[in-house]
Write a protein that binds this ligand. Structure first.
Ligand code: SF4
Ligand code: SF4
Length: 147
């Protein structure tokens, strides 16, 4: 009987900035990892807000991300102030950015539910410390929501 060999995933097609402009449609700011109850409830607070997500990248850096289009982004995806754009904009690189990264090791949370599942698995002590005092039952992981 023929045995099928595992197939390597084909590389994702390259996306170019002028077809994308994703970097110019949000603001991301570094935050504390949820190693303490205070930091974990800050992340819940972020996630209670509309158009706000939190992610941890492959290096373990945590960020909050607000969806907000830059006022300088033109309809053709060109920057209206390109020659004098801020330093951070000059670090955007289509070869290493989130859209073209082949690694896919970051983890994004778009809701308190998603974050609490992760917290329970990766920071169980912190999860137990905030479960009763800072979370609502409907946001808790299914097994923990009872009682
Ligand atoms: S750097 Fe990447 S995410 Fe940003 S606009 Fe270019 S292709 Fe899109
Ligand atoms: S200033 Fe220009 S490059 Fe920077 S985020 Fe705005 S549109 Fe994008």
């Amino acid at each position: 009987m023929p045995v099928s060999l595992p197939m390597a995933e084909p590389p994702k097609p390259m996306v170019h900035c002028l077809d994308c402009a994703r970097c110019c449609t949000y603001v991301a700011v570094g935050i504390n990892a949820p190693t303490r109850p205070k930091h974990a409830t800050e992340i819940l607070w972020f996630l209670y807000h509309d158009k706000t997500s939190v992610y941890v990248d492959g290096d373990g850096e945590w960020c909050v991300q607000f969806e907000s289009r830059c006022r300088n982004l033109q309809p053709d995806n060109l920057c209206a102030i390109y020659g004098v754009r801020p330093h951070i904009c000059r670090t955007f690189d289509e070869n290493t950015c989130e859209v073209n990264s082949q690694e896919g090791t970051s983890h994004t949370f778009r809701s308190p539910e998603e974050f609490l599942v992760y917290l329970q698995q990766h920071y169980p002590r912190v999860y137990r410390q905030i479960e009763r005092t800072h979370t609502v039952a409907e946001h808790r992981p299914k097994a923990a929501a009872k009682g």
